[in-house]
Write a protein that binds this ligand. Structure first.
Ligand code: CAA
Length: 466
């Protein structure tokens, strides 16, 4: 029985920072942001928004567009790394909001938890819920997985231009209209790392930028090796002489902390996959230099990063590799369309890869690609760290969903904020909950947070604006 993503809906906050304004304020070349990072507009939340109301807004859209009632949903998981409470799960806030629309107690029959593992937890949530349905524990009901986050870094840091905010809600069902997951090939890797983490009570993460970039590449590649081994063993993919398994994956969606990271991940993966194939000769001919190797190929990430001679040579090789005809063709066919949303919204942590997947569906369809039967490979990464690689096949009925996709329309009219307004929102000064910049319409917003010294400390109240 095929199980997978039947439909998805997105919510993106209506405020954004224009990256030209940002570059000017920080004294950065705007080209660096547009081409070096891959960002033009960064979505930011208003004073009366948090990850729970973004999650509820995405879920309400998903339910309305599919005519779903709470009784149709047996499980709701919310994956986030922007948790609001050390104990109370974000889905309980979300259910509280949805019950304002569907009636008190209307979700009581359902179950679910909040999931955390940096940006990868949404993928674990999808996997667990797909298996809940495969195990026929679902009683004919669907599952909803919502990924929702606010990517917020310190002002003035080199990560500040990789912020963003938004949520994606996915409907998981048997016989899905959009994408059926491939079975038995999902592969994970997990280790204890401090590449990016946010200690209790701290609003912004501690980031080891270059370390996190390299770790991401290595972890996804290792999970991919395990995926490959399973895909061949179970006969999901049959390799002929000279072929790479990536030749059999039509679209690739990876975690996108920023768009350029997706391109780098694809380059890293293809170098790994093509290195021992006949086509590598053509690559080397075009690149014009041999691929460098680190002084200690079995070294740690620290020792590789400290090997500055290798790092410099490798960066040069990577950049030349990314200009070869073979890389360019693979990038254009498999990944380019998944980066379009990231450019307009920014980092969504847990939601980044799924916004990228949605972006690739819409923009591939718009450029006339027949998506029926196409295999999508997912490379999900969460700092700390874990990677999950899995795949799925686009179903014959995909057009029902994809033909109606319109990113700009679904985001809605947005308002550019000035750098002063952005910094005020970032620092949480100058505005109260009722002094939002945008006047929300037909969405959930936050109206009250119980004061720290009161009996209702941490209690959050939301309302659906009309
Ligand atoms: N024009 C065009 N490009 C330019 C340029 C210009 N004028 N100036 C610089 N660039 C390019 C650089 O060449 C570089 O390109 P490559 O990546 O292809 O080499 C790119 O812009 C980035 O520039 P820097 O190498 O100088 O990097 P930076 O100091 O701006 O920092 C970062 C980048 C490390 C990603 C930083 O933003 C950061 O720490 N971000 C947060 C951590 C992160 O996102 N890590 C990703 C992996 S971990 C993860 O994915 C989990 C998660 O969600 C956080």
């Amino acid at each position: 029985m095929p199980v997978g993503i039947d439909d998805l809906a997105i919510y993106v906050p209506k405020l954004y920072v224009d990256c030209n304004d940002f570059a000017k304020a920080r004294g950065i070349d705007p080209h660096k942001l547009e081409y070096g990072i891959g960002i033009r507009k960064m979505a930011i939340v208003d004073v009366n928004q948090d990850p729970a109301c973004m999650a509820a807004n995405a879920c309400l859209k998903l339910m309305e567009k599919n005519g779903l009632q709470p009784q149709d949903i047996g499980r709701m998981y919310v994956a986030t790394e922007s948790g609001l409470d050390e104990s109370k799960a974000m889905n309980s806030f979300v259910i509280g909001m949805l019950e304002q629309v569907y009636g008190e107690g209307s979700f009581e029959h359902a179950g679910g938890i909040e999931c955390k593992f940096a940006c990868v937890s949404g993928s674990y949530a999808l996997y667990d819920n797909a298996n809940w349905i495969r195990a026929e524990e679902n009683n004919g009901k669907a599952a909803v997985v919502i990924v929702s986050d606010i990517a917020k870094y310190d002002i003035g840091s080199t990560a500040e231009y990789t912020q963003g905010a938004g949520a994606v809600a996915m409907l998981i069902k048997e016989n899905p209209r959009l994408l059926a997951f491939d079975q038995k090939v999902t592969s994970t890797i997990i280790t204890n790392e401090y590449d990016f983490y946010r200690p209790f009570g701290k609003e912004t993460p501690l980031v080891n930028g270059n370390y996190s970039n390299l770790l991401y590449l290595i972890q996804v590649r290792k999970a991919f090796d395990s995926y490959k081994e399973k895909a061949l063993r179970y006969g999901l993919i049959d390799l002929k002489d000279g072929e790479s398994i990536t030749d059999h994956i039509d679209l690739i969606s990876v975690h996108l902390p920023y768009g350029r990271m997706g391109e780098k991940a694809l380059a890293y993966l293809l170098r790994h996959e093509w290195r021992n194939l006949p086509r590598w000769k053509e690559v080397i001919r075009e690149v014009g230099i041999e691929e460098p190797t680190p002084r200690d190929p079995r070294g740690t990430i620290e020792s590789i990063l400290a090997d500055t001679e290798f790092m410099k040579a490798d960066e040069k090789f990577r950049k030349l590799f990314m200009q070869t005809a073979l890389y360019h063709e693979a990038f254009e066919k498999k990944m380019a369309s998944s980066l379009k949303a990231s450019e307009l919204i920014g980092n969504l942590y847990t939601a980044s890869m799924y916004m990228g997947f949605r972006s690739s569906l819409e923009f591939e369809y718009k450029r006339g690609t027949d998506l029926n039967g196409k295999r999508v490979g997912f490379g999900s990464y969460g700092s700390g760290s874990s990677a999950m690689v899995f795949s799925g096949v686009i179903q014959p009925s995909y057009k029902e969903i994809v033909s109606a996709m319109n990113l700009e329309e679904e985001i809605g009219t947005r308002m550019k904020v000035s750098m002063d307004e952005y910094e005020g929102l970032h620092r949480g000064i100058g505005r109260g909950l009722f002094d939002s910049i945008n006047h929300s319409n037909k969405e959930f917003v936050l109206i009250k947070i119980g004061g720290k010294l009161t009996k209702k400390a941490g209690l959050r109240e939301y309302v659906y604006t009309t």
